[in-house]
Structures are given as C-alpha cells and as structure tokens.
Design a protein around this ligand. Sequence first.
Ligand code: SAH
Length: 218
Amino acid sequence: MKDARGIGMTSQRARDRLVAQLRDMGIRSTRVLDIIRTTPRHLFIDEALASRAYENIPLPIGHGQTISQPYIVARMTEALLEGGPLRKVLEIGAGCGYQTAVLAQVAEQVYAIERIGDLTDKLRERLLRLGYRNVRLRRGDGAAGWPLHAPYDAILVAAAPLGVPPALKEQLAPGGRLIIPVGASGSQQLMLITKTPQGFGETLLDWVSFVPMLEGVG
Ligand code: SAH
C-alpha cells in the first residue's frame, strides 16, 4: 500500500503550502483547511502526477475528466457547511473521489454517483483501501439524483449542466443546500441554491470551469 503520509512534494510541507494559499484566497473554515491538509490527494491520482498533487490545480484522471482544483473543493465544502450539520449528502460526478473523501469527513453519510464505469470501479476500491466507510457509491446519471435516500441536507455537483436538473432541487431537505456549476464551457456560474419555506433561494458564488454534465452512463 502506498504511503498516506507521502514523501517529497507529497510531504507535509507541500500540504501546508497549499493550505496557506487557500487561506489567502479566502477559505476561512479551519475545519475545511484541516481536512485539506490531512487528506492524501496524491493517492487519488496517477502516480506519475503525484508530485503535483498539492498544487492548487486540476489534474487529469483519465477519460477526459479532471480532479477538481483544491480551492474549488474547499470553497464548495465550506459553503455547504455554512448551512449547519450535514447528515446526508449527495455528490454527483465523484470522479477520482477526492471531493467524496472530503465530504465523508464532514457528513454522516455520503451518497456518490459517477457515470463512467471505470472511474466508479477504481473509486470504490480506493475508498475501501483508504478506509472511508460512510460512502455509498453508484454508477449512473446523476441528473436524476438518488431518490431512494432523499431528502439530502446537501447536494454537491461537480459537472456542469446547462440548467439545474429539477430532480436535484426536489431531493433537498427543508433548509438543504445544492451547490452546482451551471452553464456552457467558458462561462459557468457556481450557484448555491437553498430550499426555504418561501421557495428556493439562489446565490452566485463564483465563476468557474467544470467539465460538462453528460447524459446517460459512460
Ligand atoms: N470531484 C471530482 C470531479 C471529477 S470531474 C474529482 O475531483 O475527481 C466530473 C465528473 O463528473 C467526471 O468524473 C464525470 O464522469 C462526471 N459526470 C459527468 N456527468 C455526469 C452525470 N450526468 N452523472 C454522474 N457523473 C457525471
């Protein structure tokens, strides 16, 4: 088994540098920063890229997909936590599972969906090996959500549709939060949608660049 502590550029110093950078960029939650510091991002990517694991950049994970930039993972997690304790969280577009692992440390139970079979298989094995036991993973089209376990305190989407899939809003618990990039490549808005007794509230968090949300399974 590979070393979760890491050596060289996967070392604690590289992680501390990343955390300092995220703090400078406006991430305030010490809980989130601590999780970024201790989660072994180098074990979620190809070994050939491990030396770049603690740079604040997306990296390829195969099948034309990328592991999300640490700043974005931190920003989205922080925004979800601002809504209070998280019991059930749904993640769409789990990819290599780095964001999944971060969510598993702030929520009681994580439900994750990924459409590409090969990524799903690798992720399942990786989560087991790294000891994340509170994650249920499924291959499928996340646009439909996962009605069986709804409602969710939070839903996090890591691929951008052109519009918010209605099923995801429907599967939010009262007071629940949906964080989702929306729009065509080049001009996506990261939206925070909250379910209130008066209806849905929407806040623009950032301009972002995610891979597109695709239909069906790959
Ligand atoms: N947070 C992930 C991001 C991976 S990129 C990580 O850090 O690794 C986005 C992922 O969304 C890709 O793996 C892609 O296959 C997946 N995806 C795209 N459309 C999807 C859909 N409709 N349902 C589920 N997953 C989808």
